[in-house]
Write a protein of this length. Sequence first.
Length: 193
Amino acid sequence: MSRPAILMDRDGTLSHEIGYVNHASRFRLFSYAVDAVRLINRSGYLAVLVTNQAGVARGYFPETVIHEVHAGLQAALQAGGARLDGLYVCMHHPSVGEPPYRQDCDCRKPRPGLLLRAQRELDADLKRSWVIGDRHGDLQVAWNVGARAALVKSGYGLGEWSYHMPKWPRQPDLVAEHLLEAVERIVSESGAA
Ligand SMILES: [Mg+2]
Ligand SMILES: [Zn+2]
């Protein structure tokens, strides 16, 4: 039976926004990240990470760095009794770098490809799902598939909220200080049942 998902952005949402994570040693989870994912696990929502990593296409770091970062992430989550049900990455850029990474793909957020993979592979019910992220593109990708969108004020989020949000034609369905607050409010309001 299909289940709704909470689809999280990575940099600025689950981990500190430090620019390109061009070495695994630069990756730093937020202190509340494991608690947030564990809460999703217990809520009945699928926990899914969706991240643009165009630094690969740009040649700033090899694809292996992404796998190393995500192995560390999964280990940290597992140590805290949490897990991701899905982890989807776009490494493409439409105009920079070399093929196959240079391509006008369908998965670079706000395009919906990563979310459609979650729908297909995890049987995620996107209409009942949420995307949580720190940038406008994270909100747009939610709305592009009929999901709801939560803006967090971590990472780029405070700047988005302060200087850009008033001009957006559509306002976020939820604004939270950080990922854990967003998850708490989503699961307490709706539940996944
Ligand atoms: Mg981000
Ligand atoms: Zn892509």
